[in-house]
Write a protein that binds this ligand. Sequence first.
Ligand SMILES: Cc1cc2nc3c(=O)[nH]c(=O)nc-3n(C[C@H](O)[C@H](O)[C@H](O)COP(=O)(O)O)c2cc1C
Length: 197
Amino acid sequence: MLKIAIVTGSTRPGRNNEAVASWVYRLAKERKDAEFELVDVASYNLPVYDEPIPPLFGQYSHEHTKAWSDKIGSFDAYVFVTPEYNHSTSGALKNAIDYLYREWNNKAAGFVSYGGHAGGARAVEHLRLIMAEVMVATVRAQVLLSLYADFESFRTFKPGPQREKEVHVMLDQLIAWGGALKSLRAEAAEEAAVAGE
Ligand SMILES: Cc1cc2nc3c(=O)[nH]c(=O)nc-3n(C[C@H](O)[C@H](O)[C@H](O)COP(=O)(O)O)c2cc1C
């Protein structure tokens, strides 16, 4: 059974993210074809990237990095729930991604975004570029939520009736790709064991 993390994309006090991520998690848990866990970036208290050695080498000096690495490394795939901040994702999520490298490799990701007129589309486009660098395959289906149509007064989350289906279509693709990449992850783990890593 694949293990999939629903990753929060905002650490802002009063964030809309909590309601959106909890909703995705609730829908995901209805499924029997994967296991899901809500991973809240905020609870890892990651400072602005402060490791002396680039993450490619996996030599972490801080407890916050080791805890984040252990958590992220334990999943096969990810759903990033991201707001749009200045036509990109949040600094907090980019920072959390930057902390790690191999933990992300050969896995799959899907996106749920929210924002004004573009529904967070520009945040997801940036995330797709970032994911390519950490060797994560991103699925086509995505859920774009509008602060105008899917929230009341930009604050109370009331997703439109079509949204649940959109989440499941994205999860269908994510589970398929997360499963397809399993053999690559096994190969990489074998090579690392031979190299004594
Ligand atoms: C610093 C900042 C920049 C923002 N930039 C954009 C933007 O470029 N496009 C957009 O659609 N919404 C933008 N917004 C609105 C956010 O998408 C909206 O406030 C959302 O609720 C933020 O997510 P959060 O509440 O989970 O932190 C911005 C909000 C902030 C705080």
